[in-house]
Design a protein around this ligand. Structure first.
Ligand code: ASP
Length: 344
């Protein structure tokens, strides 16, 4: 009997597997066999790899909660047969999908590693090969007790593994496309692969992973800016069915002190909308007590998003709203770290 690790490689689409359409010149997805032909090195890995693909593969700009549910099913249905999962995904919305999956996989005991590339795998200077090969190594890695070394949803790119729900796409053209500004890297892959175990979540190994498939996308993200108009804000606050707002504020969670803004936010809160304060800064934490301009938001019922990414806040709201009808319960859980997504 062999103890070789088994990894399921799931191809959803994205640049890594794209080729150039000879007629339009634009990049478009092509199928998995084409992708794998470009990486004969995979045969050299001491890992048993099986593959499956989204049909058709998509540009990640077309990702939606429906696809996240499909992906959760793919992983949950085969969870016991594999030691880890590698998801090939376009970079544009990878941080949203990884965040959503982190909420949908409760008590994850196996790695779910997202990766992709900035240049298609068929191109000479591609970053796709290294990203793919190291992701498979990380997804296969087990400790001396046989437990996964990274039982987390992570994003591997350009030598770093980042916690999925802490990550943001930071560059449209550098190979170093992602960063987790408020949480250190889980793994650094240079000459050696260094696992920072003290930063990696530990599940309850005696309990099974519990998948969730429901999401409620009655949520919107808006950014404040100097000059924002009352009628537009009121329009959003009064949108029927809208349950939650991710409000991107200034600095440490500050907003203009216009009375109409505060009264609109108060009204939204009173009507059961959950309004979450996320900073427009990439790095740092919302602290609504620091300035009066933040304190007033707190008074209006706005809840702190702490050091959350926007991607994580919006997908966490979708997840929580599908489970709880009571907005107070959603507000309470937004202020707790349920998958290592915020520092509280
Ligand atoms: N537009 C592509 C996508 O997100 C970009 C990429 O994969 O890097 O699918």
């Amino acid at each position: 009997m062999t103890n070789q690790a088994k990894v399921l490689l799931i191809y959803t689409g994205g640049t890594i597997g794209m080729h150039r359409n000879p007629h339009t010149g634009a990049l478009e997805p092509f199928d998995f066999d084409g992708l794998l032909q470009n990486v004969p090195e995979l045969k050299l890995l001491d890992t048993h790899i099986e593959t499956c693909q989204f049909q058709p593969p998509i540009d990640s700009s077309d990702m939606s909660p429906k696809h996240w549910t499909r992906l959760s099913h793919v992983i949950a249905d085969r969870y016991d047969q594999f030691d880890g999962f590698v998801v090939l995904h376009g970079t544009d919305t990878m941080a949203y999908t990884a965040s959503a999956l982190s909420y949908m996989m409760e008590n994850l005991t196996k790695p779910v590693i997202f990766t992709g590339s900035q240049l298609p795998i068929g191109q000479l200077r591609t970053d796709g090969k290294e990203n793919l090969i190291t992701s498979i190594e990380i997804a296969s890695a087990r400790d001396s007790e046989g437990h996964a070394r990274v039982p987390e949803v992570g994003i591997f790119f350009d030598g770093h593994l980042l916690r999925g729900n802490r990550t943001t796409k930071q560059s449209a053209d550098e190979f170093n496309a992602f960063e987790s500004f408020n949480y250190p890297h889980l793994v650094d892959a240079g000459v050696n692969i260094v696992y920072h175990s003290e930063r990696i979540l530990q599940p309850d190994w005696d309990r099974p992973m519990k998948p969730h498939f429901r999401l409620d996308n009655n949520v919107i993200i808006f950014s404040l800016f100097p000059g924002i108009r009352e009628d537009l804000i009121r329009h959003i606050i009064h949108t029927p069915n809208l349950k939650a707002i991710v409000m991107r504020t200034f600095g440490s969670g500050n907003a203009p002190q216009n009375p109409w803004l505060l009264s609109a936010l108060k009204e939204g809160t009173r009507n059961g909308k959950v309004i979450v304060n996320i900073s427009q800064c990439m790095q740092g934490c919302v602290e609504m007590n620091r300035y009066d301009t933040g304190f007033q938001l707190k008074e209006a019922g706005v809840v702190s998003g702490y050091d959350s990414t926007v991607e994580s806040a919006v997908t966490k709201l979708m997840f929580l709203q599908s489970h709880y009808d009571d907005p107070e319960q959603v507000r309470r859980l937004m202020n707790q770290s349920i998958r290592g997504e915020i520092t509280v």
